[in-house]
Design a protein around this ligand. Structure first.
Ligand code: SAM
Length: 246
């Protein structure tokens, strides 16, 4: 079985490579998250390959659903399959089953957001979507700030303000951030400012967002003081880490 991951536009339909179009045309079937959405793209380019739904709820049945085919193209709703979408799970399973997996280079939201941010690009960390809440979310936020690299996050419009508020708490209100909204679409916008300014700017967020945070210089001086105080109390190792997160 040959499985080719095909990146598709994140807005502007012109953002697709010639190789991606040829693959979509030559494959026996295009497996995709949403047959309507991918169908629009295929029709736009006059491609008649049949589609088959393979989303987060059905991806675990990929082996059975794709069994009749020898050459499958896989596309997600937008961007590169495998980046914050069911593509990663499909690749993991496909490799286990001994399928030949190929990934085409192409559009993804994180790279244009990072590059347009004006923040350092030579070392960055991609966080995707943060956990929705609880200890896991807190841990990830603090770990991110400690990394000392530019950080790229995905967020949905209805959670954007909550995430900006949490980031303000960890990074501080004056910390620089760039927020790319609706990349490659009519209402494309790249906001550049502080976390406090971002909260004042995005009062009723709409559209799709990528957040790019500047690296934290001299990471967490206040954290360092807390650390010293906890060490002075005799806390070490795992217990020290736990106490830091509380
Ligand atoms: N696989 C995709 C990629 O390669 O970027 C990401 C899929 S993930 C389910 C969807 C998220 O990507 C959105 O919530 C948003 O954070 C980001 N995104 C996708 N398209 C975007 C766009 N045109 N502008 C800004 N962010 C976008």
């Amino acid at each position: 079985m040959r499985l080719v991951l095909v990146p598709t536009p994140i807005g502007n339909l012109e953002d697709i490579t010639l190789r991606a179009l040829r693959t979509l045309k030559e494959a026996e079937v295009v497996a995709c998250e949403d047959t309507r959405r991918t169908g629009l793209l295929l029709r736009h380019y006059g491609i008649a390959t049949p589609t088959l739904r393979l989303d987060q709820h059905t991806v675990h049945r990929a082996r059975e659903l794709l069994a009749p085919y020898a050459y499958v193209a896989y596309a997600t709703d937008a961007g590169t399959p495998g980046i914050s979408d069911p593509g990663a799970e499909l690749v993991r399973m496909a490799l286990e089953w001994g399928w030949k997996v190929e990934a085409l280079p192409g559009p993804t939201a994180l790279i244009p957001a990072l590059v347009a941010s004006g923040l350092p690009t030579h070392r960055f960390t991609f966080e995707g979507f943060l956990p929705k809440g609880g200890k896991e979310r807190r841990e990830r936020l603090w770990a991110l700030a400690r990394e000392g690299r530019t950080a790229v996050l995905y967020e949905s419009p209805h959670r954007l303000r909550k995430t900006l508020e949490d980031l303000r708490e960890v990074y501080g209100p004056e910390h620089p951030v760039a927020i790319a909204r609706e990349l490659t679409k009519v209402h494309e916008e790249v906001f550049r400012g502080t976390l406090e300014e971002a909260l004042a700017h995005f009062l009723e967020p709409r559209g799709e967002f990528v957040l790019v945070l500047a690296p934290k210089e001299a990471p967490l001086p206040e954290g360092e003081e807390v650390l010293q105080a906890l060490r002075a109390k005799g806390l070490k190792g795992k217990a020290l880490f736990q106490a830091l997160l509380e």
